[in-house]
Design a protein around this ligand. Sequence first.
Ligand code: DX5
Ligand code: ZN
Length: 225
Amino acid sequence: MIIAPSLLASDFARFGHEAARVHRSGAEWLHLDIMDGHFVPNISFGPQVVRAVRPHFERTLDVHLMCSKPEILLEPFAAAGADSITIHVELGAQVTPLLWKIRSLGKKVGIAVNPPTHIAEVKPYLSKVDLVLIMTVNPGFGGQPFIEECVPKIQQVETWRRQLGLKYRIEVDGGINDTTAVECARAGADTFVAGTALFGKPSLTTAVKRMRRLTTAAGQHASLL
Ligand code: DX5
Ligand code: ZN
């Protein structure tokens, strides 16, 4: 299982310090929520922040673009040090060329799907991506409640992965805590983005280790069913 703390929930006055803290926690990925104030009603941070945190986090920088025009952002984020770049399936006709562009930049490719969007929308792209991100809140803000109705979407992409013999990771993002993470692991998720539930704890390291332990056990139990 992979735990990916979301920088969105960190101390915005100390991004470098916070990235180093995530590194020390042993979290495999650092998730960076990029918001443009158009695709979502909020603005977070851009490529310069990725560049700033890059030296402080030596494992995977997982960039999630909640942006309406990602085509102008792919190269700056790749140059800043992103290892994986995820775009939203809601972008429609732009999706295929964007996925090819991310691949051409030598980065891992992710596709995200919002709660109201039918999971069938991502099926055409599954063979082209390394990661499917199931949003479990409506994107834009941290600290929102988990949307239970998204769980069947996790099960569906896990079934397709098995049936199609593909290897993409299944990531969940939004309202993920120890309880909802276990529910998502049981449904087939293997990568967990969490902001509030991890940065809100006295020890990030303890919280990361606990979420990893709980989701690993839940995932193993599910595979025995
Ligand atoms: C929503 C963001 C959040 C963030 C995590 O647009 O993507 O989901 O990563 O937020 P928490 O874990 O605080 O719900
Ligand atoms: Zn995200």
